[in-house]
Design a protein around this ligand. Sequence first.
Ligand SMILES: Cc1cc2nc3c(=O)[nH]c(=O)nc-3n(C[C@H](O)[C@H](O)[C@H](O)COP(=O)(O)OP(=O)(O)OC[C@H]3O[C@@H](n4cnc5c(N)ncnc54)[C@H](O)[C@@H]3O)c2cc1C
Length: 394
Amino acid sequence: MGNGNGSGAPILIAGGGIGGLAAAYALSLKGFPVRVLEQSPEFREVGAGIQLGPNIFRALEKIGLKDAVLADAHIPPGQEMRDALTGELITAMPLGEAYFKRFGQPYGVTHRADIHAVFLNACRASNLVTLENNRKVADFEEGGDGITATLDDGERIKGRALIGCDGMWSRVREKIVGDGKPRVSGHIAYRAVLKREEVPDDLWRPDVVLWAGPRTHFVHYPLRRGELFNLVAVFHSDAYVEGWNAEADKEELFKRFQGQRPEVLRLLKLIETWRMWVLCDREPIKDWSQGHTTLLGDAAHPMLQYLAQGACQATEDAVCIAEKAAAQPDDLPAAFKAYQEQRYLRTGRVQIMARVYGEFYHARGVTAELRNQMLRARTVEDSYEGIAWLYDGG
Ligand SMILES: Cc1cc2nc3c(=O)[nH]c(=O)nc-3n(C[C@H](O)[C@H](O)[C@H](O)COP(=O)(O)OP(=O)(O)OC[C@H]3O[C@@H](n4cnc5c(N)ncnc54)[C@H](O)[C@@H]3O)c2cc1C
């Protein structure tokens, strides 16, 4: 740790989602005072389930939060992919002992609110982190030895640096990268969470199950030590509502999933109210730091969720930025460049490969047959090695 970490103004973090809070806590562990400026009236996660690959557990271990995340998580015995039209098991990946032996970390699933609460409680317990609500960062100015952020009510806040953790529609990114709006993928996700007892026994599965259909897929898995059941239905559509968490149209869902297996349709019918996400991403970039400002998480590298990695990559970012800042506390612009240098090819690869996985899940006709043939031929070891580029990181 350098000498200058605790001196001077705090590091400002715009956005208190998973990425912002993970970064705040990781920086506080290196001795930096941090102010988190969150636009919402409270720190809270909407949404539903989130999958946690071995790489996030490796990152969480470095900041001492792995056990706290595992305490609420569910550890599925396996992952499987089924054909949504025939029910055929296309491929399965056991997530038990052999998996743990290969990757040295588990595979978990958890509620977004649960992992967000772990970061929030860790930040609350740190006397170096200040958490502030109703603080929307509207602008900022570089000032030689630091940064001044301007909030939407005109208040100006001085910081030693600014980290934009303000998500897919990042205001900070707009100013330092300026690459317009995110790319709308044309894919829509409907998400819902049921209580365990609301799911008929013959439909409840402890695994992560993905039903691959023509231009659709449907994923389900338990959450919160098995007390909840998470469902995500994804399909291609031209409907477009900017932002997240809008209420969804059930009629369109059943039209898109017509003709699929009864297990799929019975589960879809259990849901009263779905929330809808219009899935967006961006092209990878390599320059997301400028002077005393940088980006982290979805603000830096928004990705489609097909590799289930947005929060995992944001947490890896958080650990990396804290390490780089601690290595050169008196030159944060250089530390931010070093952080970006270490991260951009990895996060870019996840952005690109997530698109490829989406194509794979939603294949139709002969392409779907080919997919099934290729995946059926894999051994368990093949399936581990095929994803090792991702899960060996962190
Ligand atoms: C359908 C779906 C499924 C997913 N599944 C997975 C999964 O299984 N595994 C996984 O790892 N990831 C998954 N993700 C991705 C993951 O949810 C995101 O990548 C992750 O939450 C990004 O975190 P973040 O902190 O960067 O951004 P966000 O969570 O978007 O947080 C941004 C925060 O900044 C605040 N903010 C915005 N603008 C301002 C401003 N100007 N000033 C102050 N505050 C501001 C917001 O209010 C918010 O609190 C999924 C995403 C979707 C849509």
